[in-house]
Design a protein around this ligand. Structure first.
Ligand code: ADE
Length: 231
């Protein structure tokens, strides 16, 4: 997979993309991540990328020109057209099923905005889908783009070693993950549940499933709501 990111702050991505699974996936050629600075496509001495909103109101809006020019340059860097995604609080909520769907794509082009948002013609002209990582407003789309990259890359075939399989992750089956324990058997008077020491794999699987259900019912009943099934 190739992931292009269009951003005004490419430096914000460097450290988070240089650790652990995402780092290894890049080194192994499972994913190529390319950062392009939108400001490199801005005109004039001030390289302006934002301007006041028509109709008045607070804040500034990202101008379409630099984003279109940057996008057209980025698209020419690789043959596949790519799925174009704007990170914005106005987008569709991001969830595990969306991460799984995006992990099937050959190429993603993520556009991280700043200021009060994007000129609407960016969304329309680039035929972009919009994704939000939650109902809160960040200072820009960079952290949201990093969240999407992190969640997608771990689902790419071969990105996880056997020791960190994604199949039991929370949400992968629509439920929260069951509780996990490791050594020691007793820690500060808290004991590992006997069932996990029993060696009975059938009983352990049954216990874990029940724990997943109980936790989901307790902490995230919305995931069990039949009228709004986990997707
Ligand atoms: N940009 C600012 N807030 C955001 C959010 N919640 N999700 C995605 N992009 C954003």
């Amino acid at each position: 997979m190739r992931i292009d990111v269009l951003t005004l702050f490419p430096e914000m991505f460097e450290s988070p993309l240089s650790y652990s699974i995402v780092k290894r996936a890049q080194e192994q050629g499972i994913v190529e991540i390319a950062l392009t600075n939108i400001r490199d496509f801005a005109m004039g001495d001030y390289r302006k990328v934002d301007d006041k909103p028509y109709g008045g109101g607070p804040g500034m809006v990202m101008m379409p020109g630099p984003v279109f020019d940057c996008f057209e340059h980025v698209q020419s860097l690789a043959p596949s057209k790519g799925r174009v995604i704007l990170l914005t609080p106005q987008g569709q909520p991001f969830h595990q099923a969306k991460a799984a769907e995006l992990s099937q794509q050959k190429r993603l082009i993520l556009i991280a905005g700043r200021y009060e948002g994007f000129d609407e013609r960016i969304r329309i002209g680039l035929d972009a889908e919009q994704i939000s990582i939650g109902d809160y407003v960040l200072n820009g789309g960079e952290l949201a783009a990093l969240v999407v990259i992190d969640a997608v890359v771990r689902l790419l075939p071969e990105a996880l070693g056997d020791e960190d399989s994604a199949k039991d992750d929370s949400f992968s089956n629509g439920l929260l993950e069951y509780p996990q324990y490791t050594r020691p058997e007793v820690f500060r008077d808290m004991k590992v549940p006997d069932i996990l020491l029993s060696g009975d794999h059938g009983k352990i699987a049954e216990w874990r499933r029940q724990q997943s259900l109980d936790r989901t019912r307790q902490h995230r009943p919305d995931l069990l709501d039949e009228s709004d099934p986990p997707s």
